[in-house]
Design a protein around this ligand. Structure first.
Ligand code: GLA
Length: 389
């Protein structure tokens, strides 16, 4: 059964109608620039071919009915738009409902909708399944009710949902990459200004391979918010010496000059990661544009080392995977992707070595950790929108 057939059958069965329209939003893999977005730095993600699909039709009674084929046993979740606030029974639906809440807070009067979702992204794996369903919901509202929002506006309201309704103080990267992704390109985003440009991903005989450690991210929300607070504390100290708004406004050289001021060793490490990682993104884009694939790979591996040693968001599973990957022939670079603490890696592998890489890392990882990783190709794809049926 195709995704469309499964969605239509369910839509007809639970809502008794067959006028649903089909929409899709991708997940994303971040190639480099981790934990820089909320520090006003650069990121280089790309949208994936994996993502979230939905069939949706309008209602006119201010009610939303939501169902997910991924959580079939949870039934249809209903919410009354005029009196929307976060309830425990909303369960997985806090993501789409958060977007409707954000739109409402901007003064948009939503008439209501029937929606069935299906996602083929692994959940809690660092590939932005939450941004995917958020931006998808924003796109559906935009199209069904002709709101005339730009892709960047759709990303903005989706991020508000994540920050205010879901409660994760995330930066702009995920929602922007899901909304603005382009086939065969990565997105270079300046998170201080939200200026962006698409960079062609020419990898000369190499592929990007996503490796899922299959370690569910634990405590991501609290640890994530803790890292943000540590960066804010480091910035506050630096601001006593220099007029600077964001950590990533500083260069690695500035940091060397100001390092003695940061007497708290944790704050120094967090700041060093953010500032050097921002520089690595700019160097990586230059390498990509000059066709220096080896340099690009090396920067990916340096990014992982910094996330492991200075930012401390990797853990045994991610480190084991990356160490094994870097020991394989034909691997130019490897790193964790997303928030960390488990979830996925991304590796740059010469095409003729991809199968061997999967076999060797798969075996070594299973031996060391006790369960197998999963692999997915990273195919840079288009951003969210309506799909032709
Ligand atoms: C999560 C957040 C992003 C970003 C990454 C780390 O995916 O949602 O905003 O901070 O972690 O780079």
């Amino acid at each position: 059964m195709t995704i469309m057939t499964a969605l239509s059958a369910k839509f007809k069965k639970i809502y008794g109608r067959d006028d649903g329209e089909l929409f899709f939003a991708p997940g994303r893999v971040n190639l480099i620039g981790e934990h820089t977005d909320y520090n006003g730095g650069h990121v280089l993600p790309c949208a994936l071919q994996l993502g979230t699909y939905a069939l949706a039709a309008p209602r006119d009674d201010r009610m939303v009915h939501l169902h997910s084929l991924n959580y079939d046993d949870r039934g249809v979740i209903q919410a009354d738009l005029p009196s929307l606030y976060r309830l425990r029974e909303y369960d997985w639906a806090i993501y789409p409902l958060g977007v409707m809440d954000a739109l409402k807070k901007e003064g948009v009067d939503l008439p209501g909708a029937d929606i069935v979702f299906f996602g083929d992204l692994p959940p809690e794996a660092g590939l932005s399944s939450s941004a995917s369903i958020e931006v998808l919901t924003a796109v559906i509202m935009n199209e069904l009710f002709r709101l005339d929002y730009s892709p960047a506006d759709l990303a903005r309201v989706s991020r508000q949902a994540e920050n205010n309704f879901v409660g994760l103080a995330s930066g702009p990267m995920d929602q922007m990459s899901v909304a603005l992704g382009r086939k065969d390109h990565a997105l270079l985003l300046d998170c201080a200004t939200l200026d962006f440009r698409c960079v062609p991903l020419r990898l000369a005989g190499c592929s990007l391979v996503i490796g899922n450690t299959n370690k569910r991210r634990a405590l991501t929300g609290s640890k994530y918010n803790e890292r943000r607070a540590e960066c804010d504390a480091a910035l506050a100290v630096l601001q006593t010496r220099r007029d600077v708004d964001l950590l990533c406004d500083l260069s690695p050289e500035d940091l060397r000059n100001f390092a003695p001021v940061l007497t708290n060793p944790i704050q120094l490490k967090r700041a060093r990661h953010a500032i050097t990682e921002n520089q690595r993104v700019l160097d990586a884009v230059r390498a990509l544009e000059n066709g220096e694939t080896e340099v690009f790979g090396r920067l990916m591996s340096e990014s992982h080392a910094s996330l492991r040693d200075d930012y401390e968001v990797t853990g045994t599973e991610l480190d084991t995977f990356v160490d094994l990957a870097l020991g394989c022939p034909g691997v130019l670079g490897s790193r964790m992707t997303g928030a960390g603490f488990g979830g996925c890696t991304v590796s740059l592998v010469k095409d003729e070595f991809v199968e061997r890489f999967k076999a060797e890392v798969g075996e070594g990882y299973t031996k060391a950790i006790g369960y197998a990783p999963s692999f997915y190709p990273a195919v840079p794809s288009r951003g969210a929108g309506r799909l032709a049926e």
